[in-house]
Design a protein around this ligand. Sequence first.
Ligand SMILES: *Cc1c(COP(=O)(O)O)cnc(C)c1O
Length: 223
Amino acid sequence: MPDIAANLAGVRAAIKAAAEKAGRDPSAVRLIAVSKTHPAEAVRAALAAGQRVFGENRVQEAEAKYPALKAGFPELELHLIGPLQTNKVKKALQLFDAIQTVDRPALAEALAKELAKAPKPLALYIEVNTGEEPQKAGVAPADADAFIRRCRDELGLPIVGLMCIPPADEEPSLHFALLKKIAARNGLARLSMGMSADYGVAVQFGATEVRVGTAIFGARPAA
Ligand SMILES: *Cc1c(COP(=O)(O)O)cnc(C)c1O
């Protein structure tokens, strides 16, 4: 297993440096440790190093790993950062404290319906497909304002911010700037953007959550 405590310290230091360079308060940036594909043992090492916020991209994997970890660390906060099928909404709401991938009306409606039955503290992010990539989830930038209004104002969902995954082969800063602009004009405070390769840039562009996996837990097995 890689030295997860040392990796976490390195990532935290880089976030602090990027925030200070941009004139931002480093404590305004939250680090989400993305533990997908890594065993519970790796998450425990991160917990021992003080990390409390984690991200997983699949409901089933989170269900296998996290209830036992949460039992030992009630303050552990778990974010869903992968696509959510409507038939898994109920399960996802039981497992996750935040869902970053609200990306279509059917999912928004299913979340509203389930939350009406079983209310709970929750943070939701709308995923924006800033690169308009056909294979990627997320609402198109041109449709974002209307979708935010639908989710927040009509369905009453607890939307706190926006999330994006820029195209792999493009300069990410343009995408981070676009996400920030859409959030600002809709009065949304939180921006989940930046991964292992670009979280420093994301912090400079205003990220309030960075989602970092590889730089903390090491490489994942090829899919
Ligand atoms: C896997 C994943 C990450 C973490 O990626 P790394 O490059 O390993 O840091 C961040 N965000 C999402 C949505 C992911 O699926």
